[in-house]
Design a protein around this ligand. Structure first.
Ligand code: GLC
Length: 708
């Protein structure tokens, strides 16, 4: 930032009283404190509010700019798969579903369109993307991740950040992104949300830091401090994490906001502070610039500075970080940004949503039954998630936040799987429907009706999964088996002998091995957004040739969890005596109606630059898209490294009968690791490169290179 802007911010700071400085660090939850209290906070100079929309936000802004130093407030919201808390907004597939597309370009577009809708609501900031890794499927927030792999999460997260922020934050249609939850939040023991992560700083830097580094490189304006702790040290109190690593090593220059009530949690949950003053001292010194909802921080910080326990320069530094971002957004000159309300839910955004939904449905099994043949005239659509838009949307929409609203009427347009199949069915095809059972056993379960429907059909589409109440914060699951009478429903349908297409509409992979093995086809939609139902129907009908691949492994059984493809090597076969070692489906898997053959894998090395090329031939009669994946394995390393790691990918369109060759440029630094001294280094020696259609060994061709 140029000098005169720095001076301008310094001038504002110098005019602020201590109370106004500390107020600027406060982020107040409108949905909790209500309008009156929020207006009081705006008069005191609160720096930010969350979960406030439209006119209420505009009123707060007017109050703020006519109070005290007149510093505009920042409005933040969880627009994490579209501006979902606004019932008229475009609700995209969840992050986990989007990750199945492996399409950074479309995800950047989705970020740009979400930003327009958030900005049209008078807001400035989304608490997105989530860069935590979904490695323990028991964790309640798998749906919010880009899956288990740090490279994929980093690429897709950086794309989303660029979409939200663009290259000029002064553009009123752009909003601040927030890389969260920093760091390693999904690694809590037992998949239990906000619990301790038993890892070392070496592992933190090796496995979990790279996506956040890409966020910094993408210019992400804010980071959010995770709830949990590393080896007993809460992230909120960790100067090493928030300053030494984030600012010192990664060069982050935005501001850090805590997660919900993190400061009080130091007292009430993590018990490293006896009272709010001790907690405030820890949090302020560790480098938390903005304090989400912990109102006690305000009085405590003022008292600590007054009594000389906390240097006012610590407060100054935090306020400067916040004012710098407000200046970068042009907020100081133009607090009330004008963005057309027509953006919200507009056709352009809905069209992108359809494309993303189509590219997010993963076909994992197909015993010659899909696309459905023309002679299929009777389709029975059965199951608890066949016609449930709430289950299809998943978490973080107007049904779930800021408070649960199960009573809300779902706003059109949207299409459930049933509606999608009806829309796609020809005039001569009849589509029948029976719920069969609920996700959780309920009185209205009616398996008999479903069985009758199945018997009177040519093919059954069985839609199973989970429900909103089984996903999200505080909704971790020890048992990932399908709940209610879903398995019984499958058994009864299976007994009819009808051809069976099973579809999973859920927040995460669930354990359904017997069902997958007993189905003729298996598709995964996760939470597919407004048009998730159309996307499933488009793949089943053949209108769309599926191209999606799994960003996360499917465990056979809860007892296998955590299970992910890039594990460290073990021995004794790394297996159980009662289960295979491998998951049911692994990272990178996904079928197409085309058939691709990989040929002519070649590597050329010049100094520290490596060019890997491979050709993909489409040996079918159907145009299709293939996600080419490149993995590497460090043959000998100073610390143990994964059996394989994703290092590049590219989605290529290959017309029927044609061949496409792709090139990947790799550098020594791509093969780096974090050593015992916690430094990221590239070590000389042999590296195996693997290219193919999934992380399974049988899908990969190998070659070996030597790093000098
Ligand atoms: C929540 C979540 C975080 C969210 C924040 C604001 O508890 O942990 O992801 O952005 O609070 O809603």
């Amino acid at each position: 930032m140029d000098t005169n802007k720095k001076n301008k911010i310094k001038e504002i700071l110098d005019k602020m009283s201590l109370e106004q400085k500390v107020a600027q660090m406060m982020q107040i939850p409108y949905s909790v404190v209500g309008r009156e209290k929020a207006l009081e906070w705006a008069e005191k100079g609160a720096g930010s509010f969350l979960h406030v929309l439209g006119d209420n936000a505009r009123e707060l802004q007017e109050t703020a700019i006519h109070s005290g130093q007149g510093i505009p407030v920042l409005f933040g919201i969880d627009a994490i798969h579209g501006h979902g808390l606004n019932e008229n907004a475009t609700i995209f597939p969840s992050q986990l579903a989007l990750a199945c597309s492996w399409n950074p370009e479309l995800i950047e577009q989705m970020g740009k369109m979400t930003a327009r809708e958030v900005a049209a609501d008078g807001l400035h900031w989304t608490f997105s993307p989530v860069l935590c890794l979904g490695r323990d499927t028991r964790w309640g927030r798998i749906d919010e991740t880009f899956g288990e792999d740090a490279y994929l999460a980093g690429e897709l997260g950086a794309a989303m950040i660029k979409g939200y922020q663009g290259d000029d934050l002064r553009n009123p249609e752009r909003i601040l992104a927030c890389a969260k939850h920093y760091i390693g939040y999904g690694e809590a023991v037992g998949g239990r949300d906000a619990c301790d992560t038993e890892m070392t700083y070496r592992k933190l830097k090796d496995v979990f830091l790279p996506p956040f580094q890409k966020a910094v490189e993408a210019g992400c304006a804010t980071f959010m401090t995770a709830y949990g702790s590393i080896d007993g040290e809460p992230f909120t109190a960790s100067e090493k994490t928030l300053k030494e690593i984030l600012r010192g090593e990664l060069g982050f220059d935005g501001f850090v906001v805590t997660d919900w009530d993190n400061v009080n949690s130091l007292v009430s949950n993590q018990h490293v502070a006896a009272d709010s003053k001790e907690a405030t001292l820890l949090a302020a010194k560790a480098g938390n610039d903005m304090i989400m909802t912990s109102e006690a921080f305000y009085e405590a910080a003022i008292a600590l500075v007054r009594e000389g326990t906390l240097a006012e320069t610590v407060i100054d530094e935090a306020v400067l970080h916040i004012l710098t971002i407000k200046e970068r957004m042009g907020l100081l000159e133009c607090p009330q940004r004008k963005v057309p309300a027509e953006y919200i839910g507009c056709e352009e955004h809905l069209a992108l949503n359809r494309r993303l939904a189509d590219e997010s449905v993963v076909l994992l099994k197909n015993e010659e039954i899909l696309p459905l043949a023309a002679n299929v005239k009777k389709i029975a659509v059965i199951g608890p998630n066949a016609d449930d838009i709430r289950a299809q949307y998943g978490d973080w929409t107007y049904f779930t936040h800021p408070d649960p609203h199960p009573e809300h009427e779902p706003m059109r347009p949207y299409a459930t799987v049933l509606e999608g199949i009806k829309e796609a069915a020809g005039a001569d095809v009849t589509v029948s429907y029976a719920k069969g059972c609920a996700v959780k056993a309920a009185d209205e379960d009616n398996l008999e009706e479903a069985v009758r429907m199945a018997k009177d059909s040519d093919v059954v589409v069985l839609v199973l999964g989970d429900m909103i109440e089984q996903a999200g914060e505080t909704k971790d699951r020890a048992d990932l088996a399908l709940t209610g009478r879903q398995v019984e429903l499958f058994d009864r349908i299976k007994e009819t002998g009808k051809k069976l297409i099973t579809v999973l509409v859920s927040s995460k992979p669930l354990c359904m091995t017997k069902i997958v093995e007993g189905s003729d086809a298996f598709l995964v939609s996760f939470n597919g957004g407004m048009f998730g139902g159309n996307a499933v129907a488009n793949v089943i009908s053949g209108k769309v040739n599926p191209s999606a691949k799994l960003p996360i492994s499917f465990p056979r059984h809860s007892g296998q969890v955590p299970i992910y493809y890039n594990s460290l090597p073990g021995w004794h076969g790394g297996k159980y005596c009662d289960l295979p070692a491998e998951p049911l489906f692994t990272f990178g898997q996904g079928l197409s109606y085309s058939r691709f053959v990989y040929r002519d894998l070649a590597v050329t090395q010049k100094k520290d630059q490596l060019t890997l090329s491979v050709c993909v031939e489409n040996v079918s009669e159907r145009d299709g898209e293939e996600i080419v994946q490149v993995y590497f394995h460090d043959v000998v390393s100073s610390v143990m490294t994964p059996v394989k790691q994703l290092i590049r990918f590219e989605k290529v369109a290959v017309p029927a009968g044609m061949s496409k060759c792709v090139q990947f440029i790799l550098r020594d630094s791509d093969f780096s690791l974090v050593n015992r001294q916690e430094q990221r280094v590239s070590e000389p020696g042999e590296v195996e490169l693997m290219v193919g259609s999934s992380a399974r060994d049988e899908d990969l061709q190998k070659t070996t290179i030597t790093i000098a």
